[in-house]
Each structure stands twice: as structure tokens, then as C-alpha cells.
Design a protein around this ligand. Sequence first.
Ligand code: NAD
Length: 472
Amino acid sequence: MSDKHYSFFGAVEKSFDKAARFTKWEGGILDQIKACNAVYQMRFPIKRDDGNVEVIEAYRVQHSQHKTPCKGGIRFAAEVNQDEVMALAALMTYKCAIVNVPFGGGKGGIKINPRKYSAYELEKITRRYTAELIKKNFIGPGTDVPAPDYGTGEREMAWILDTYSAMHPGEIDAAGCVTGKPVSQGGVRGRREATGLGVFFGLREVCNMPDIMKRFNLTTGVEGKRIVVQGLGNVGYHSAKFFQDAGAIIVALAEYEGSITNPDGLDVDEVFNHRKNTGSILNFPKGTNLAKNTDALELECDILIPAALENVIDGENAPRVKAKLIGEAANGPLTPEADEIFARRGIIVVPDMYLNAGGVTVSYFEWLKNLSHVRYGRMEKRFNENMNTHILGQIEGLTGKKVIEKEREYILHGADEVDLVYSGLEETMITATHEIMNEWKNNPEIPDMRTAAYVVAINKVGTSYAELGIFP
Ligand code: NAD
């Protein structure tokens, strides 16, 4: 469902220009912030399992090196093209700036439908792609660090690490060349669910703002909110799950083969398992099929979370969307036309470039773990538990009262890696939400939250360039 001649990078530039006039930076600096610094387009052959040779088209884009390394996922999708990878790389620059992750933006893409390749073929493609990146110095812990995105996950990241390590024997920080790895390969606990958890933390913070909720006649907090999620992949599944666990009602879920609804709520795990067992989200026993997979986007709900791909809501279907808040879990799910329609209708769009920053934030934690060569919590967990035991013993001794068992466990517990990762992510998303909202509230001329987010990002990247001394 795409607007004619739609350019994703063009849409990012349009949003950038809309925001730039609210910043202090002059034209040249703005041009440099906006420009894609390096685009690497490659083609390489692989031999398919049937013996045929196929030429694969792939990309890596480094949008900005105002901080290094560059950072951004690698996607496997049939629609990958240069414009898309450039747009996603640019979003990464702004995303990292907003959440104070000291990286420049990058992105990679391989133009394949992963469902049409065997695991062995995918491994060959991933390893060859990594080798091509190494040849041109487009990967490394200090230059450019990929991560998972649409169609890729821990398995592909492990192949990338293995290829990189094999070609850099003895490089002590090699594990930092890619993030989103399995924990056994230097990954960090909590990375898998990080983007969905970040989406939840960001939207929860907006739901906790009384003035915003009052605007929509909603109570504050997440509990009881009616949610629709599109895409039951890594980001969509975890977003839906965290909302359900917090007491929200998942009224509809959409996948590419169709969508289902239940006004009393769908159980995310039950739907996930149903899809795993039957190969489809449809015909879920405790739900009703909708005629088209896009129908879910137009259902009555409080929060709509598109978590599949870009460009799914445009000028054509935006007028029919009934949500009060839209949480952009996917990158670029709305076209600029849709954005304008929602701004006119008073619908708040919580923008992709910060809402789905949970992945890169926890990737940053993973990269730091790789460079420090020590698991989070290893040094202090036991010390804190011993200290907490001592303090509690003193309190109980002095008061003559015993703390109940559940509280005791909670107080004594020293932080594990996953606790620290969740806590670091929560702090990051709460801070970013307030920074953007304050920018929006302090300047009534800023038309929407996306523009406010861009203003925050442009100011940070602009300051960074200025302080680098490039612009005397
Ligand atoms: P994924 O491959 O794990 O899941 C995507 C899901 O969307 C799949 O289940 C797919 O079947 C489904 N889908 C595809 N087309 C659909 C359609 N038309 N309608 C409904 N469902 C459809 O990918 P992901 O990692 O969850 O990424 C999803 C989005 O989130 C992408 O835009 C990606 O760029 C963005 N994102 C991902 C991460 C991350 O950490 N994985 C981080 C930031 C942003």
C-alpha cells in the first residue's frame, strides 16, 4: 500500500527539514547532519543448494561518523533497496543521538526473502556479506557494528562474529564487531526483547502523562488500554507481551497472512504458539478472523503499534485509523501524508526514531560488555547481597520485627545482568520521552512529537559536529 514514487529517504529528509527550522544550525551544518556519508552497494554470487549460481544484491550504509562506530541492523527482505537502507541508516543517527548512545548511524540490507533460502544458503550469504564488509573496512568494533533487524536474529549475528573473528585472529575485542549475538557468543541478557521492552517503556511514559491522557478522555497508566499490534516478530511479539503483562488488553494482532481480533483480549503466547503450530495466525480458537490483514490497523483501540515494516499507513488508510496514540515500533510505518492527517486529527504519533531505540540501547550495553570482557553484575552482585542481608538483619534486630518473605527476597536480591540491562533501558526511555515532550511543550509551533524528536536529535548531532571542530 504505497504512495506513488514513495521515497523512504525522502520522507526522512522531509521530516528533518520540517524540524530544522526550529534549531539554531545554519544550512551547511544541517546539510552535513542530513547527508549519508558512505554507501556501499555490493553484488556477490552464491551457489544454491540445487547447484545454480545466484547473484545477491546487498548494501551497507554509514550515514554519520560524528560518533564512531556506526551502528545499525542488517535486514533480509525481498524489497531491500538503496533508498530504504539510506533512510534506515539516517534514522539510526538520530535515534542514537536521542537516547545518548555514542554511535553514528548505519544500516545494512540483503535483498533476499529469507523464507526462500535454506539455513545453509543463508549462512553462506551472511558469511560472504561479512567478508565483503571486512574487505572495505565496513565492519569492526571501532568502525561499524551491525545488529539484527527485519528477517535476521541471533543466528545470523553469530555467523557474522565467527567470520569476522576467523579473519582477525587474536583481535581481543572482536566480539564487539556485532551485537544481538547469542549470550554464549558474547551477547547480553535482555537484548532479544530489548526493542519491544523499549517500545513498552516509551509508551507507558506517555500513558503516565495526565495532560496527554486527558486530551483523549483516557485514564493515566497502561492498565486497561486497548492495543492493536501489527507484526508478531521480534519487536511486535515482545511489545505485545509487555503490554499484556502490564494489564493492557490486546484486542487485535496482525501478521502478513491475516489478522485476528477479540475485544476481550488475545493471549499473546497462545496466539504465537497457534501460529507456530498451524503456520498461520488465522483461525485462532479464541479470536475472530478479519477479512484483510490491514483491517486490524483500522479497528477501534487506544494504541496502535505497527511493528512489521515501513509504509503501512499512508494517505489512503490514515483517515480510517481510529487509534488515539500510534506507537511506531517498526521503522517508518507512516508516510508523511499519514503523519499530516494524524496531526490534523489530533492523534499522537510516538515516533520510531526514539520509540524503537531499545534495541540499539541494549546493543550499546552489549558492546560495552564485549569491550570490558566481564558480565554485568559479576563484580558487585554478591557484595550487594551480603550488604543487604547485613542491613536487613540490623533493621530487624533494632525493630524486633520480621520482614515478610516476599519483601525479604526482593530487598536481598543483588542485581543480575538482566536486571541492570532492563534498568538501564528504562532510565534511557523515560529520559528520552521527557526530553522530547519538553521540547514539544516548550515550543507550541512544533506541530507534532516526531518533529520535536528530530529537533532534539538535530541539536545533539549539530553540537557534536560543532565540537569536533569541523565548523570553526
Ligand atoms: P521480524 O522479522 O522479527 O518480524 C517482523 C514480522 O512482521 C514478521 O513476523 C513478519 O511476518 C511480519 N510481517 C511482515 N509483513 C507484514 C504485514 N504486511 N502485516 C503484518 N505483519 C507483517 O522483524 P523485527 O526485528 O521485529 O523488525 C520489525 C520492525 O522493527 C522493522 O521495521 C525493524 O526495522 C524495526 N526494528 C527492529 C529492531 C530489532 O531489534 N529487531 C530494532 C529497531 C527497529
